[in-house]
Write a protein that binds this ligand. Structure first.
Ligand SMILES: *Cc1c(COP(=O)(O)O)cnc(C)c1O
Length: 397
C-alpha cells in the first residue's frame, strides 16, 4: 500500500469527518454511569437535540446506527399485519420498507425513477384511495443519499391533510439533519429518525427518534412487542439515567454528541445550513461544467430538488467505478461514495455534509478532475473556475 501523507479527504455521504474537538471530547476515561456529572451531560444532550429537530417533543437516543433508529420508530408504532405507504426515493426507502416487511408490516410503494423527489400529488391520491384507512403511517426519506435528492416534507404533510388521512408521518432525516432545514413541529412530522455520523459529525453509533404526542399515543395503544426500543421505557420523565438509555449509556458517544451540539450552537444552525448550501452549489457548478464533455451529469434532474448534503453524478456506460475510486484514493487520498442500488457501478457521490469547508470541496473537485484526466474520461472545461466563482459570489452577498 502507498504511504499516504497529509489529511485523508473523506468526502463520503457518511461517515463524515469527525472534528478533532469531538475526538478529544471522547478521549477520556469512563465516568461513573449514574453520577451527577454524567446525568447533567446526558440531560443536556437529550434536551439539546430538540432544537436540532426543531421540536418540542422528546428525543430518544439509541446506541445504534441509523438502522436502529429506523427499527425503533417502526416497532413503537406498528404491529405485524399493519400496513404503511412508502413513497420510493432510492436505496434507503427500499431498505426501510424491507425492514418493515421483516417486522411483519406490509407496505405499498409509490414508484419513482430515482431522479425525482417524492410527488406529493401521488401521495394524496394513494391516501384518498385508502377509504378503509388501512395505512398506519407514511414512511418518507427526506434526503435520499443514493440519489442526492431532497423531498419536500411540508408538501407531503399537506397532501396527507388534503386527503384527510390519519396516518402518522415518519421521516428519515439521517442525511439532512444539521445539513439543511428540517422543522419537525412546524411541518407536522410525527416521528423523525436521525443518526450521528452525518451532519452531526460524530462517529457511527447513535440513532435518534424525535417523537411528538400523537406518535406517543399511537405507541401506547399499539406497536410491536419491544423492550430496548420502547420510547416510554426511556422517557426522561423516569428518574434514573440508566433507563434513558435502556441500560448503561454509551457515554463516550454522548461526550462526542455534547461537543457536536456546542459546535452547532457556536456556528448557528442557520449558518450551518448556509455553509452546506454554499458547498453544495459549488459542487454542482463544477459538475455542470464537466457535463459538457458528455460523459456525466447530475443525477437529480430538477435543480430545486438537489440535496445540500450529497451530489450523485451519473456516468456513461463504460465507466469503471472501482478503478476511478481506486485511483482517486491511491493518488490523491480522496474518498468519494460509490453508486448504490440500481446506480451501483453507474454513479459516484460527492458528500458535502458535516465538518467541511471551501478548500476541502475545491481540493476534492480538483482531485476528481485530475482522475478524469488520468483515466481519459471526457469532461468539460471550466469546472474549478465555476466552483470558485460560485463560492466567491456566495461570500460577497
Ligand atoms: C446513512 C443513511 C441511513 C443508514 O444509516 P446507518 O447508520 O448506515 O444505519 C439511512 N437513511 C439515510 C437517508 C442515510 O443517509
Amino acid at each position: 500500500m502507498n504511504v499516504r501523507r497529509g489529511r485523508n479527504f473523506l468526502q463520503t455521504p457518511g461517515p463524515t469527518n469527525i472534528p478533532d474537538r469531538i475526538l478529544r471530547a471522547m478521549h477520556q476515561p469512563a465516568w461513573e454511569y449514574s453520577g451527577p456529572d454524567f446525568i447533567e451531560v446526558a440531560r443536556d444532550c437529550l434536551n439539546g437535540m430538540r432544537p436540532i429537530f426543531k421540536t418540542e417533543g422528546e428525543v430518544f437516543i439509541y446506541a445504534s446506527n441509523g438502522h436502529g433508529g429506523w427499527e425503533a420508530a417502526l416497532s413503537n408504532i406498528l404491529s405485524p399485519g399493519d400496513k404503511v405507504l412508502v413513497p420510493e426515493t432510492g436505496l434507503f426507502s427500499f431498505a426501510w420498507s424491507a425492514m418493515a416487511q421483516q417486522l411483519g408490516v406490509t407496505f405499498d410503494t409509490i414508484p419513482n425513477d430515482w431522479r425525482h423527489a417524492i410527488d406529493p400529488n401521488q401521495v394524496e391520491e394513494r391516501l384518498r384511495a385508502d377509504d378503509k384507512g388501512e395505512y398506519r403511517a407514511v414512511l418518507m426519506v427526506h434526503t435520499e443519499t443514493a440519489t442526492g435528492i431532497t423531498s419536500d416534507v411540508q408538501a407531503v404533510r399537506q397532501a396527507m391533510d388534503a386527503a384527510g388521512h390519519s396516518a402518522l408521518l415518519v421521516v428519515d432525516v439521517i442525511a439532512s439533519l444539521a445539513c439543511s432545514d428540517f422543522r419537525m413541529d412546524e411541518w407536522g412530522v410525527d416521528i423523525a429518525v436521525g443518526g450521528s455520523q452525518k451532519g452531526l459529525m460524530c462517529p457511527i453509533g447513535l440513532g435518534f427518534n424525535a417523537v411528538n404526542e400523537r406518535a406517543r399515543a399511537a405507541a401506547s395503544n399499539g406497536g410491536s412487542p419491544r423492550s430496548y426500543w420502547d420510547w416510554e421505557g426511556r422517557s426522561m420523565s423516569r428518574p434514573e439515567v440508566y433507563r434513558w438509555f435502556a441500560g448503561t449509556a454509551p457515554e463516550h458517544m454522548v461526550f462526542g454528541l455534547a461537543e457536536a451540539l456546542i459546535m452547532l450552537e457556536e456556528e448557528g444552525l442557520e449558518a450551518t445550513f448556509a455553509r452546506h448550501q454554499r458547498l453544495g452549489a459549488a459542487t454542482r457548478a463544477a459538475i455542470e461544467a464537466w457535463s459538457a464533455g458528455g460523459a456525466m451529469e447530475i443525477n437529480a434532474l430538477v435543480p430545486e430538488e438537489r440535496s445540500e448534503s450529497v451530489t450523485t453524478i451519473i456516468m456513461g456506460e463504460d465507466f469503471d467505478l472501482m478503478n476511478f475510486q481506486h485511483v482517486l484514493r491511491e493518488n490523491f487520498n480522496v474518498a468519494v461514495g460509490g453508486g448504490l442500488g440500481q446506480l451501483q457501478g453507474k454513479a459516484f457521490r460527492i458528500g458535502h455534509m458535516g465538518d467541511i469547508n471551501e478548500p476541502m470541496i475545491l481540493g476534492t473537485l480538483a482531485s476528481v478532475e485530475a482522475v478524469f484526466e488520468i483515466l481519459g474520461i471526457p469532461y468539460g472545461d471550466g469546472a474549478l473556475p465555476a466552483a470558485i466563482a460560485s463560492l466567491a459570489a456566495a461570500h460577497k452577498s
